[in-house]
Write a protein that binds this ligand. Structure first.
Ligand code: HEM
Length: 321
C-alpha cells in the first residue's frame, strides 16, 4: 500500500495541550468531591444512583429510603411556596405598584384595605402566609441536615455514635446564594410581620389601625435606620424570590445544558437576566414602598400616639419610639 500523505504539515498535538498525555494525572470522570453529589433544587434532580449504596437498602422509621426522603423533603420545600406567592403578588401590588401609580400613601391605603379581607380572614391567613413560610423554612433546614447525614454515610459513618465521632470532619452542604439570601431574609421577615401584624393584633385585637400610613410613621421615626433596613429587606427578598423561582421553574443558569463557549455564554446571560429581574422588582419596591409611602411622614394627633404605642411594644426596634 502506498504511503498516505500527512493530513497536516503542522504538529497538531501542540494545539490541544502542551502537556504530553503520559504526564497527565488520571482523575475519575465522575468526581463528586468530598461533599458528595450536587443534589439540585427540584425533587426530580435527585439522582438516586449517586447516593451511597446503603441509601437504597435501608429505611427510616417511616419506612422510607433516604432517596425517597430527600425527594419528599425537596417537593415539600418547592410546593410550599405556592400559596405564599399568591399573597406576595397581592402585597407587591399594594405596597410597590399602587403607590407608584397613585403617588400617595393615603390613596394606596384604600387598595390595601380593599384586598385585606382576602388574606387576613381565618383560615386564609395561616393557609396563605404562616404555614407555607414555616414549612418552606423548616423543610429547607431538614434537607440541609439530611444531606449532611448522607455525606456522613459516604464517609462510612452509619450509626449515630459514628456520626458524632466524625462530626467535625463531615462537611456541610454548600450554600447557594439563593439559600443564603433565604436565611438572611427570615429574621427581617419575622420583624416585619411582628410590627405590621402580630403586635398590632395583640394590642388592638385587629389590624384596624394598621396600613401604609402606619408603615410610613414607623419609617419617619428614624428615616436612616428605617430606609436602610427596608432597602436591605426588599433587595434580599426580591433576590431570594426571583432566583428561587428561576431554580424551581428550571430557568436558572444551571439548567442550561451545553458545553463550550456557547454554553458558557448562555449560562452567563441567563444569570444576568435573573439578577436583572430581581433588581427591577427591588427598584420598583424601593420607589413605591419607600420613595412614595416611606417619605409620606409621621401621623398626627391621637393616631400618631396610638401608632407609637404599638411600635413601642416591638422588641429592640421599640426603643427608637
Ligand atoms: C417597602 C416594602 C413593604 C411595605 C411598605 C410593606 C407594608 C406592609 C403593611 C402596611 C403590612 C400590614 C398591613 C396589611 O397587609 O394589611 C404588611 C404586612 C405583611 N408584609 Fe409587608 N411590606 C413590605 C415588604 C414586605 C416583604 C418584602 C415581605 C415578604 C417577603 C412582606 C411580607 C408581609 C407579611 C407576611 C405581612 C403580614 C400579612 C398578614 O398576616 O396580614 N412585606 N406589610
Amino acid at each position: 500500500m502506498a504511503d498516505l500523505p500527512p493530513l497536516s504539515t503542522q504538529n497538531t498535538r501542540g494545539s490541544v495541550s502542551s502537556v504530553p498525555m503520559h504526564e497527565v494525572d488520571p482523575s475519575p470522570v465522575d468526581d463528586d468531591g468530598p461533599e458528595g453529589p450536587e443534589y439540585g433544587t427540584n425533587p426530580a434532580d435527585i439522582d438516586a444512583s449517586k447516593l451511597p449504596a446503603s441509601s437504597h437498602t435501608t429505611t427510616n422509621w417511616l419506612g422510607l429510603t433516604p432517596a425517597r426522603t430527600l425527594h419528599i423533603l425537596s417537593a415539600v420545600q418547592k410546593y410550599s411556596v405556592v400559596p405564599f406567592s399568591a399573597y406576595l403578588t397581592m402585597h407587591y401590588t399594594n405596597t410597590a405598584l399602587v403607590p407608584l401609580f397613585t403617588r400617595s400613601a393615603r390613596e394606596a391605603d384604600k387598595y390595601l384595605l380593599l384586598t385585606r379581607p382576602y388574606y387576613q380572614s381565618f383560615p386564609l391567613e395561616p393557609l396563605l402566609i404562616f404555614v407555607p413560610v414555616v414549612t418552606h423554612v423548616a423543610s429547607g433546614i431538614a434537607l440541609r441536615l439530611y444531606r449532611r447525614r448522607i455525606t456522613a454515610r459516604r464517609h462510612g459513618a452509619e450509626t449515630l455514635s459514628q456520626r458524632r465521632k466524625m462530626r467535625s470532619k463531615i462537611p456541610w452542604p454548600k450554600f447557594s446564594w439563593t439559600s443564603a439570601a433565604g436565611y438572611a431574609l427570615y429574621p427581617m421577615f419575622v420583624a416585619h410581620v411582628l410590627s405590621m401584624r402580630i403586635i398590632p393584633k395583640k394590642i388592638d385585637g385587629s389590624s384596624a389601625s394598621v396600613g401604609l400610613r402606619y408603615f410610613a410613621h414607623g419609617i419617619a421615626q428614624d428615616p436612616y435606620v428605617g430606609m436602610a433596613g427596608y432597602t436591605l429587606f426588599v433587595c434580599v427578598a426580591s433576590y431570594h424570590v426571583v432566583s428561587g423561582a428561576a431554580k424551581f421553574l428550571r430557568l436558572s443558569a444551571e439548567y442550561i445544558i451545553g458545553g463550550g463557549d456557547e454554553g458558557q455564554r448562555r449560562r452567563k446571560w441567563r444569570g444576568r437576566i435573573v439578577n436583572g429581574v430581581a433588581a427591577a422588582l427591588a427598584s420598583a419596591w424601593i420607589a413605591g414602598g419607600l420613595g412614595v409611602v416611606g417619605t409620606s411622614g409621621r401621623g398626627t394627633g391621637w393616631e400618631a400616639s396610638h401608632w407609637d404605642k404599638i411600635y413601642r411594644a416591638m422588641p429592640v426596634i421599640g426603643r427608637l419610639f
